[in-house]
Design a protein. Structure first.
Lengths: 424, 412
């Protein structure tokens, strides 16, 4: 008779293999990191540019250049760019981040030679037509109006502005900021940021010598842009913990976002803090989920996380809860934080979290793209692959006492910024 | 190309195996052939609520999530109007844990009152979060009953209202389980670093002892053919006026299904698409404009939706959409435009083969359609589509008297 009450034998994940990229350079010195793996005849090429020359009076300058960079060049109209890219079944995406701006090309290998010249034109010949800028401003202002009616959007924005102020990490964008955008500023930023000295390339997929040569052919020469720039530098100091309440009369739920500045990936305690975060709110079985969703039914979901940025890290807890239970939810969150600071985690719970985190890391290395993503985490924090071996070692060996110590070092309810949008 | 092996257990459970030795992971995906369309009026939202209850412990295993996380696994599920799909990702060497957990909850649930209480609350909060506390969040609560009059597609998966979820009873839960959650109504796909013979042995060990149950015979009311245009106007506390136009279109298995999919790509996929260029860029009538299909197993919907630029009248905006729809019925799509959307579809399919979970889910879904091999034949269907077929489909479908239009207006 089959015994269904006893779990089958299992093993803790033992071996996790990372594929380190091959480091090369184009003729003009652009660093290229390639993860050549996978069966499908396709590649992902990311052109990553540092954000530069931050001016808090022009908070939308970098993101707008990124959005409009494929909206017309000296040789191609916006529509021609889109049509050519689509015709070859390629995907050209622009992504603005707090530290970097990325232009990502996904393409089948057979069409790479046809789409790379389009990308070249974008980086060298973009003209940012006034007409395109006008449409962009009009549509973005409308999108912002819609977003400002979403409590979670408002909570996230208010939280970031409170802990990061008017920097690239926390800028409190209002509709009026779009009206300050002008072509001259966009062109100035474009000339300063989109140049070889400010670029690295990360390629993944079936990326072999032939593909590298193509890349060198199009991007290995000198580029048009050469204006001076300085890479953004930010310094932050902790703000005093406070509660910010934005009342919404018709809300049926309140969005909560709580947290504070913390260490980033470069700090030796980062892995320990990640384990602590997982216990608290970093997975489905976490204490916050177990208590506030599964035990009390206050919410559809609650989670916590740590974001590692170039010049800072931050810890946050986010949820949306019924307005009637908003105060109770806050009380329970505080309680869960304090329990981690006062009580030792049991061996049973800690073992589960160890195994979960190792399985999750293994599962996050699914294909060439994910190996490239892991590399970027290291590269932009100035770390090497020993970071991951240390991380795995820490997950396997951290003790309940160390968890408690990390909780006391990095979690402080009173120091947290607590944003509530809705009703309480 | 997604390779697979296939066998059926004595109790009727279909099993598919996709061997991918390049990953250290495995996926166990189980699709139950039940969705919101199988619900009774007055008890809507039940298939989705039930999905939540599937995580509340089974007959021999008090906690579903905990033992899975302990072996390094993760899981989730989703419910649509047609299906309910559960999936587990875990290190391949621990795959048996997934068989153990998944087979026990197919055998029987714990049916705990506490779990029902909690999940009712959780789902009501989900209802609020996604449908009530968002600008435009309730659009599908309005649009479905406008577009459908008889077919159960007239309610969304979350349910018609909060009260029906609040009133869910344990007896309903038990009856629903008995009716739908048995081997004959399920498709199991195991993928990743596994061997078919091992999967077969584990499937026979864990799933084959489960009683076959009764086969659920679906007999849904058929939607009458629409012969008159329908409209609904709602006012809400939103910043922008919006319009949603829907048309009935053929079911997923109809040979022309892919023609409609491609047609919506021509209308609105990316910055080279027609609606984007004409309505957003050139005429500047909309700040957002999209066309898409609902991909339903029964007669589905073809939808065009947009948010109007402030100051543009609804009349002007609507007329401009219709001008684009009519162009599709009067003028053949050019070779370049057709090649473009076909190439794009091909790329999307190739890229989706990068992801193990996507492959497993796709195999299960196409097996439900009748044969998992249809997945590998799909791209050929897109390649064979002609401009004439697109024009014919547009003529058949994009007619005023077959449209249902929702005007979603900002409160002054």
């Amino acid at each position: 008779m089959l015994n269904r009450t006893t779990a089958p034998e299992f093993k803790q994940v033992n071996e996790i293999n990372f594929i380190a990229p091959k480091a090369q350079q184009l003729a003009n010195g652009i660093k290229v990191f390639t993860v050549n793996a996978g069966q499908q005849e396709l590649v992902r090429i990311e052109f990553i540019f540092e954000n530069v020359n931050y001016d808090q009076s022009k908070p939308l300058q970098a993101v707008t250049v990124n959005s409009l960079i494929n909206n017309g060049t000296k040789t191609l109209t916006d529509k021609e760019i889109a049509e050519k890219v689509d015709y070859y079944g390629a995907f050209l995406q622009t992504e603005y981040g707090a530290d970097h701006t990325t232009i990502t090309l996904h393409s089948l290998n057979k069409h790479l030679v046809s789409v790379l010249p389009i990308v070249w034109s974008i980086f060298n010949e973009s003209i940012f037509p006034q007409h395109e800028l006008d449409i962009f401003i009009q549509n973005q202002k409308q999108k912002l109006q819609v977003n400002l009616q979403k409590n979670d959007f408002l909570a996230r924005k208010t939280f970031a502005n409170t802990i990061f102020g008017n920097t690239a990490y926390g800028s409190d964008i209002a509709a009026a900021d779009y009206d300050t955008l002008n072509r001259a500023d966009l062109l100035a930023y474009f000339k300063a940021a989109y140049k070889p000295e400010n670029c690295i390339i990360v390629a993944a997929g079936k990326f072999e010598e032939k593909e590298f040569q193509l890349l060198n052919q199009f991007f290995g020469q000198s580029w048009e842009n050469a204006a001076t720039s300085s890479v953004n530098q930010f310094h932050f100091s902790a703000v005093k913990g406070s509660e910010i309440y934005i009342e919404k009369d018709d809300a049926v739920q309140s969005a909560l976002r709580l947290g504070n500045l913390t260490i980033n990936r470069k700090h030796q305690d980062f892995a320990k803090l990640q384990i602590l975060n997982t216990l608290l709110g970093g997975y489905f079985g976490s204490r916050l989920m177990a208590n506030i969703r599964e035990e009390k039914g206050y919410t559809y979901g609650i989670g916590s996380g740590i974001a590692s940025l170039k010049h800072a890290g931050y810890f946050f807890i986010a949820t949306e809860v019924g307005t009637a239970v908003c105060a109770s939810a806050l009380t329970e969150i505080e309680k869960e934080i304090n329990v981690l600071k006062s009580d030792l985690v049991s061996a049973e719970e800690l073992d589960l979290v160890r195994n979960y985190m190792l399985g999750s890391l293994l599962g996050s290395l699914e294909n060439a793209f994910s190996h490239a993503d892991k590399f970027k985490n290291l590269y932009f924090s100035g770390l090497d692959y020993s970071y991951y071996s240390d991380y795995i070692q820490t997950v396997k060996t951290i003790s309940p006492e160390e968890i408690k110590a990390v909780a006391n070092e990095y979690l402080d309810w009173n120091a947290m910024t607590k944003v509530v949008v809705g009703k309480k | 190309m997604v390779d697979f092996n296939r066998f059926t257990l004595a109790n009727g459970l279909k099993v598919l195996v996709h061997e991918d030795p390049t990953t250290p992971m495995a996926v166990l995906n189980i699709l139950y052939d039940v969705g919101a369309r199988d619900e009774e009026e007055g008890k809507t939202g039940f298939a989705h609520l039930f999905e939540h209850l599937m995580f509340g412990g089974s007959v021999n295993i008090p906690s579903y999530d905990e033992p899975l996380q302990r072996v390094g696994g993760e899981n989730n599920a989703f419910t649509s109007n047609d299906i309910t799909n559960y999936y587990i990702t875990l290190p391949a060497e621990n795959i048996e844990t997934a068989f153990w957990l998944e087979s026990d909850r197919m055998l029987s649930l714990a049916f705990s009152e506490k779990s029902l209480d909690t999940q009712r609350n959780v789902v009501m909060e989900e209802f609020k979060q996604r449908y009530l506390n968002q600008p435009y969040g309730d659009v599908w609560l309005k649009l479905r009953p406008l577009a459908y009059e008889k077919h159960p597609y007239r309610w969304p998966t979350i349910g018609q209202d909060l009260a029906q979820i609040e009133n869910a009873k344990m007896e309903d839960v038990k009856a629903f389980f008995k009716k739908h959650y048995n081997p004959q109504n399920a498709i199991l796909v195991v993928g990743g670093n596994v061997k078919t013979e091992d999967v077969k042995a584990m499937a026979e060990k864990w799933f084959e002892p489960i009683p076959a149950g009764n086969k659920y015979e679906r007999n849904l009311p058929k939607e009458p053919e629409q012969v008159q245009a329908k409209t609904l106007t709602v006012n809400a506390n939103v910043p922008l006026n919006a319009i949603y136009i829907t048309f009935k279109m053929p079911a997923r298995l109809d040979p022309t299904y892919q023609v409609y999919d491609l047609m919506t790509d021509i209308f609105s996929q990316g910055q080279s698409s027609r609606l984007y260029n004409s309505l957003l860029k050139e005429q500047q009538l909309f700040s957002d404009i999209n066309a898409y299909i609902s991909s339903s197993l029964d007669e589905g919907l073809f939808i065009v939706e947009g948010k109007l630029i402030a100051g543009v009248t609804m009349e002007v905006a609507e007329k401009a959409i219709w001008a684009e729809l009519e162009k599709m019925t009067t003028t053949l799509v050019s070779d370049d435009e057709l090649t473009k959307v076909i190439n794009k579809s091909e790329s999307i399919m190739v890229f989706s083969e990068m992801n193990l979970l996507d492959k497993a889910m796709n195999l299960a879904y196409y097996e439900l359609l009748g044969d998992a091999d249809l997945l590998n034949a799909e791209i050929e269907k897109y390649h064979s589509i002609t401009a004439l077929q697109i024009q014919e489909a547009a003529k058949t479908t994009l007619q005023k008297e077959k449209s249902s239009t929702l005007y979603y207006l900002a409160n002054a």
